[in-house]
Design a protein around this ligand. Sequence first.
Ligand code: FAD
Length: 381
Amino acid sequence: MAGHEQLETEIAVIGGGAVGLAIAHRLARAGAEVVLIEGNPHFGDETSGRNNQVIHAGFLYPPGSLKARLCRPGRDALFAWCADHGVPHRLAPKLIPATGQGVAALSALKVQGAAAGVTDLALLDRVALARLEPALQADAALLSPSTGIVDAAALVASLRDAAERAGALLVPAATALGGELAANRHRIAIRSADGTLADLSCRWLINAAGLGAAPLARALRGFPAAHVPPIHFARGQFAAHRGPVPFRHLVVPLGTVLEAGGALSFDPSGQARFGPDTSFVADRDYRLTADVPPAQIDAIRSWWPGLDATRLAPEFAGIRPRVTGPGRPPGDWRIDGPGVHGVPGLIHLFGIDTPGLTACLALAGHVADSVLAPQPNGVPA
Ligand SMILES: Cc1cc2nc3c(=O)[nH]c(=O)nc-3n(C[C@H](O)[C@H](O)[C@H](O)COP(=O)(O)OP(=O)(O)OC[C@H]3O[C@@H](n4cnc5c(N)ncnc54)[C@H](O)[C@@H]3O)c2cc1C
């Protein structure tokens, strides 16, 4: 973008993570004119590139929440997308272990899962669990056979390519600074990496800026500040495990063990990693601690007493944008359209934390349905 350009489009999507790219693809495929603006030089380098890469089955979320409604269909859509687009992925069954009083929660999760369409969960007693994973110490476990793993970078690349093929214009290294909202067209100020400025005029603005979504919403003149929720940054650090682990399943304990980083997952190449832990930070901070926190080692040992902690090393960190802060359950996603805030042609996606990667295609379908639906004044989008 050279000089102070004036650009026009039907739909502007801000944010080129998995969610923004999936939205751009979905809308461009439906024939809409779409421009996507991404602040980084490469797509998917923020939260979409700093996570567990787990394809969640969809049973962990409160009934009726957006997460519960979109995770399961998103999981199915993602498996199909990966198969169609050559994105490395696989089934990776997951165990939720529990001890003592925690065991009762497993039955409740099974019921919650069934309500969300996850009907393949199985409760395992101590004997059945020991047969499956002899090194795992717990009284019982819930088995989720339809959990999976995806190569997140390959997924982002496939969404980027598909969006471009569908006709979307993707602009990396360009930051949406803010803008002005009006009844018929919005105006967004864009700054490119070389400092040049441009004005992008659009009929629909879709704010899929992840950690940047709330600041961007606040920088839109004409947007009621009361409709920007406080977004908390839940940082999560991973620990890589050198050498193999004696487990074939993902192991995801709940509660304080999970919070301390005691979950086990594998990347698409089979490399074992533990975490993420959860700590709240004021800003984007991906720096690693010098050592693996002792609380994380204790959390892993609570179900794997045989852990050799000298094999662990801090690996990378990511940050989940959340609508709730410390000591509270993660809360639900917010997809705030005109029906919520009263501004036509504007959708904010706030707090898109886990399982946002799993559900990116379902989230895109949800957003596209509102954009493409006939508007109250009879004008098609
Ligand atoms: C530690 C951790 C573990 C997780 N594990 C899983 C998991 O196993 N499975 C799962 O399904 N989900 C998981 N998640 C959640 C998942 O990663 C996110 O929900 C998902 O990646 C969100 O995608 P997004 O496109 O909304 O956000 P992002 O990927 O962050 O994309 C937003 C983009 O907007 C850009 N941007 C911001 N502000 C501006 C601006 N003003 N102008 C232009 N561009 C801007 C950013 O550069 C960024 O690229 C995890 C997250 C974390 C942090």
